[in-house]
Ligand binder design. Structure first.
Ligand code: 13P
Length: 287
């Protein structure tokens, strides 16, 4: 059964580790992430962007697929199904469809509108048992056509949003989605430390987990980050493994064109990436 992300993140914050949010794109992604979480006895959050939700034929299809897998695969570790960077309208759609967690990204509104809309979503989501993530200071880079400027969040605004009663808070600290440019200055730990002090014990969320060096991830966790989002890195490892399979001509050998064979190396590659992240984040055996 799906669970809200609230409890797993409170535990993570207390235990000084982070739970990974791995974005899903299709059945193979979802299966690989769930298998790895179960094998490693780790809690996990499945992230669904609006674009990925549309690609997978809508939120009800996603809920049906994930619930089916939890049962048929015998998954016993805590799993949350979470809307990633949700708009106001889509936040309500996933609440209806049966998600167990929702992010409302109001970072592009002015702070008063962000507060008002976040409050409304908290009320409805909490009534139905879903956890809520809010965002202050947009995350840079591009995700599903939404380009954020990579702002560094304002500490007072973080405190205002945290005090509304959200369950987790994403704050921009120089992190961006996708690959980091060669001249990236790194995470703003000075800002993270202030946000963490102002909002404690709020679990903080680090978006753009792809390509952040291990030492920075560890430092961010020590400063209160309890949820780390990873998307691009699984996409890159899937694409790389699939490319190797095709370039080696494996699809032309025997029944190598069968999608169950063709997509298998990519699915294994996602598992390896998720395993590496769960070990780095410290969530192994924390289910
Ligand atoms: P990456 O694609 O950079 O890993 O970011 C994922 C993310 O933050 C999803 O919200």
């Amino acid at each position: 059964m799906l669970v809200s992300a609230k409890e797993m993140l409170i535990k993570a914050k207390e235990g000084k580790y982070a739970v990974g949010q791995f974005n899903i794109n299709n059945l193979e992604w979802t299966k690989s992430i769930l298998q790895t979480a179960q094998e490693l006895n780790s809690p996990v959050i499945l992230g669904v962007s609006e674009g990925a939700g549309k690609y997978m034929c809508g939120y009800k299809t996603v809920v049906g697929m994930v619930n089916g897998m939890l049962e048929e695969m015998g998954i016993t570790v805590p799993v949350a199904l979470h809307l990633d960077h949700g708009s106001y309208e889509h936040a309500f759609k996933v609440i209806e469809a049966g998600f167990s967690s929702v992010m409302f990204d109001g970072s592009h509104y002015d702070i008063n509108e962000n507060i008002e809309k976040t409050k409304e979503i908290i009320k409805i989501a909490h009534e139905k048992g879903l956890s809520v993530e809010a965002e202050v200071g947009s995350i840079g880079g591009e995700e599903d056509g939404v380009i954020g400027g990579g702002e560094v969040a304002d500490v007072n605004e973080c405190k205002m949003i945290a005090d509304l009663g959200v369950d987790m808070l994403a704050a921009g600290i120089g992190n961006i989605h996708g690959k980091y440019p060669a001249n990236w200055q790194g995470l703003r730990f000075d800002v993270l430390e202030k946000i963490s002090e102002a909002t404690n014990p709020m679990p903080l969320v680090l978006h753009g987990g792809t390509g952040i060096p291990a030492d920075m991830i560890k430092k961010a966790i020590s400063l209160g980050v309890s949820k780390i989002n990873v998307n691009t890195e699984c996409q890159l490892s899937f694409a790389d493994a699939t490319r190797k399979y095709i370039e080696a001509g494996k699809d032309l050998e025997g029944k190598g064109f069968d999608p169950r064979k063709l997509l298998a190396p990519g699915a294994e590659a996602i598992k390896a990436t998720v395993k590496e992240k769960m070990e780095l984040f410290g969530s192994v055996n924390k289910a």
